[in-house]
Ligand binder design. Structure first.
Ligand SMILES: Cc1cc2nc3c(=O)[nH]c(=O)nc-3n(C[C@H](O)[C@H](O)[C@H](O)COP(=O)(O)OP(=O)(O)OC[C@H]3O[C@@H](n4cnc5c(N)ncnc54)[C@H](O)[C@@H]3O)c2cc1C
Length: 386
């Protein structure tokens, strides 16, 4: 996309974020419903077609544009987690799916008719994906029988399909633990699929669920790419997920910081000087701004590498790490600057702070990213047993 097209896109994202403001999000949270109106407007504006080739019904562009829109919307209001999960789930389908899978599961997401969620986390495996126990056993007729449990899965109730990371060969039967993992697209209305909402204490309309598969019969059409190769395919999706999570964390951080700065310029309690004149607030705010801007550079470097078809693992991990830390730091100093009013719902700061804290843990916790950098960039020994 050229810079005029990007400006147009950002203008559209800005207008949508202004229309669907905090009041709208809170109303949806109160009514425990998905942000349907926003989602359909995003579809009409072409945002859901970003990063999808025109041949698949999309509007072109890539991760760079998708990250720009995500950041811009989060700077003004909120951005649906659904944009991140649907966005990441489509990538392995585009790359490894059959023409039918691409048509049913990608093209239909552009119109907003179909939404996708993503299930990797399990209660007893956590961050250690190799230990997942969900199992899709191939049957003599070529179909699969899926059994297992996932946890913390966002947006299950409001999605139509879930991209499931499952074993097709149990861990104790593979020589290399990376083998025997497959990606399956599961229709959430299939017999044997059940879910239960979790008691996640973050006030958002988008919720998390435990997801149960109880003898779910899947046709061979559910499999993405080759059986047993899913772990390798997964990285195509996880780097974009990290970039989108970083873009959202950055937008939230910039938003909180601008609120904190505006408040600090106004609030006067000692003498005639506003609280923003005190270095105790100024320096952390200046540091937060510098760190947000630095994380932003890393994010768009990662997105550009991905769009050029180059390896972006290190940069995507670093962008997620730096953006979530900088975003949280910005929210924290904005909360501090607001004093007691920071906890007043009308100032919206505490909600931003809560949301930005989640981004240090999900979609991947920052300790695992530090492990990755230590091991793969610095060449240090692995710090944990596998
Ligand atoms: C709001 C929210 C939405 C989510 N949405 C999704 C979703 O849509 N789909 C999905 O599949 N998952 C989702 N998750 C799950 C999320 O990805 C996991 O919670 C996260 O990856 C951590 O896994 P865990 O909770 O099992 O923690 P564990 O793996 O049990 O780890 C706990 C903590 O131990 C530390 N730790 C663990 N291992 C190491 C190590 N080797 N070295 C150093 N420290 C370590 C880290 O600090 C880590 O945070 C979501 C979670 C939340 C909170």
């Amino acid at each position: 996309m050229d810079s005029d097209e990007r400006d147009l896109l950002l203008g559209t994202a800005r207008k949508l974020a202004e229309k669907y403001d905090e009041h709208y999000w809170r109303q949806c949270a109160r009514e425990e419903r998905f942000v349907d109106e926003l989602w359909m407007d995003m579809a009409h504006a072409g945002i859901l077609g970003l990063g999808i080739p025109e041949a698949d019904g999309g509007f072109g562009g890539g991760m760079t544009e998708l990250c720009m829109v995500t950041e811009e919307m989060a700077k003004i209001s909120r951005v649906p987690v659904m944009l991140i999960v649907t966005g990441l789930a489509r990538i392995p389908i585009l790359k490894y799916g059959t023409p039918l899978q691409r048509r049913q599961l990608v093209s239909e997401t552009v119109s907003g008719r179909i939404r996708l969620c993503f299930a990797i986390t399990e209660p007893d495996a956590g961050t250690n994906t190799f230990r997942i126990q969900t199992l899709a056993m191939r049957q003599p007729d070529g179909s699969y029988l899926l059994n297992g449990q996932k946890v913390f899965i966002s947006d299950v109730k409001d999605s139509h399909y879930v991209l499931v990371v499952t074993r097709t060969t149990p861990l104790n039967q593979v020589a290399d633990r990376r083998n025997g993992i497959s990606l399956m697209m599961v229709d959430l209305t299939s017999p044997g699929v059940h879910y239960r909402e979790l008691n996640i204490d973050v006030k958002k309309p988008e919720r998390q669920f435990s997801l149960f598969f109880d003898n779910v019969r899947l046709s061979s059409e559910a499999l993405l790419g080759d059986e047993g190769q899913g772990f390798r395919y997964l990285f195509d999706a996880l780097n974009p997920e990290r970039q989108l999570a970083a873009a959202s964390a950055l937008g939230t951080g910039y938003r909180a910081l601008s609120k904190g700065v505006a408040y600090a310029k106004e609030r006067t309690i000692f003498g005639n000087q506003p609280i923003g004149s005190y270095q105790a607030l100024q320096h952390p705010m200046a540091m937060a701004r510098a760190r947000l801007d630095a994380a932003r550079l890393m994010l768009y470097r990662a997105a550009a590498l991905f769009d050029e078809g180059k390896s972006s693992g290190t940069e995507s991990n670093m962008a997620k790490l730096l953006a979530s830390e900088a975003g949280f730091e910005a929210c924290d100093i904005a909360l501090q600057a607001h004093g007691g009013y920071g906890f007043d719902r009308d100032h919206e700061i505490f909600g931003l702070w809560e949301g930005s804290r989640v981004s240090k843990t999900a979609p991947i916790n920052n300790h695992m990213i530090l492990n990755y950098i230590a091991e793969h960039v610095l060449g240090l020994p692995k710090s944990y047993a596998v």
